[in-house]
Design a protein around this ligand. Structure first.
Ligand code: P6P
Length: 346
């Protein structure tokens, strides 16, 4: 449900006001977000120029000056690293683009926060001008000394310990959807003034939607109960609640954003070729789950609450069923073999 805003509030002012509400806040987190917002502005600029690379003579690999041109997702990764490595707020980072933990360079101070990110999710959609995004997740470090390097223990925390999560949609506009555990707010970027302005405040999802979002091309590899659930969604019901419409962009944050705004369910289930699903727990499922729960929705792997899962590795995958509470509960019921739920006629 949209809570459209008329007051003019920049994200910097919003963060400062939230910090003021957090007694004893040091301003450290606000400065961390200031640096993250710089990276997001730069990535938004680079994403919006992507279609012009050929026109501007930036061919694959080298530009007209013979300089190495990075793929956009590596460029986004480097942009976040260079914006975040020297602020003294972080003790360690982890990225979808880096197999290993990313340590803070020795010349810079370490801080009390941990940053995980997917710098450019859905990058295969860049060439067809379809929405792509950046996802980030922030924790407090758990290792007690606040000056040393962060460790795997600081990174591999359950999603319930996140202190903030956000995603950016580079779509018809650039929008940042963000929570620090006090509801979900949406900021829309105005590139003419370089500001993110508050556009929707404390959004709440409908308890049920009319859309389901899944790659049906994988249906031959699905579990039978999942097939029954998807068929149930497509079967007209007497109360006209069904059939649902199918919407699938193929960028998780785009499918999720529509699900948050309109209700319904987005799924990337396990299947015979992806026994743990395809999406990554630490920098896709966990931040998206925190945001959806803060907006009144639900996120599970089909059995367990995503935010309760204890990660075993940085790049661990998880099945994901996320969206309106009643839709996710219904999916879980089918996956348990309870269908139709509550004896409702199929
Ligand atoms: P498929 C993008 O590559 C991504 O990681 C997610 O953003 C998206 O939801 C998923 O993969 C799409 O995967 O197998 O449906 O193309």
């Amino acid at each position: 449900m949209r809570m459209r805003v008329s007051k003019l509030v920049t994200i910097e002012r919003h963060i400062a006001e939230e910090e003021h509400a957090h007694k004893g806040a040091s301003g450290e987190f606000s400065r961390l977000m200031r640096d993250m917002l710089l990276a997001i502005r730069l990535i938004s600029r680079d994403v919006r120029r992507a279609g012009l690379n050929d026109v501007l003579g930036i061919t694959d690999g080298t530009n007209v000056h013979g300089e190495q041109v990075k793929k956009l997702d590596m460029l986004a990764h480097d942009t976040i690293f260079r914006a975040m490595d020297h602020g003294g707020h972080l003790c360690v980072m982890a990225s979808e683009e880096s197999e290993e933990l990313i340590m803070i360079p020795p010349e810079y101070a370490r801080g009390k926060y941990v940053l995980l990110f997917d710098p450019l999710d859905g990058s295969s959609n860049i060439d067809v001008n379809v929405t792509i995004g950046t996802i980030f997740s922030i924790y407090h470090r758990v290792t007690p000394d606040y000056v040393g390097d962060g460790t795997l223990e600081d990174v591999l925390q359950p999603g319930s310990r996140q202190i903030a999560a956000g995603y950016v949609c580079y779509g018809s506009s650039t929008q940042l959807v963000y929570t620090t555990g006090n509801g979900v707010d949406i900021f829309t970027y105005d590139p003419t003034i370089g500001e993110f302005l508050l556009s929707d405040e404390k959004i709440q999802m409908p308890n049920r939607g009319k859309c389901y979002s899944v790659n049906e091309g994988n249906s031959s590899k699905w579990d039978d109960n999942l097939k029954k659930y998807i068929d149930y969604l497509k079967t007209p019901s007497a109360d006209k609640r069904r059939p649902y419409s199918l919407r699938y962009v193929g960028t998780s944050i785009a499918d999720l954003h529509r699900t948050i705004m309109y209700g319904g369910i987005f799924m990337y289930p396990a299947d015979k070729s992806n026994p743990k699903g395809k999406l990554r727990m630490m920098y896709e499922c966990n931040p998206l789950a925190m945001i959806v729960e803060q907006a009144g929705g639900m996120a599970s792997d089909g059995v367990h609450r995503i935010l309760d899962k204890r990660p075993g590795s940085i790049h661990e995958r998880s099945p994901l069923f996320i969206g309106s509470k009643d839709d996710v509960l219904e999916a879980e019921a089918f996956l348990r073999g309870e269908f139709p739920p509550g004896g409702e006629e199929a």
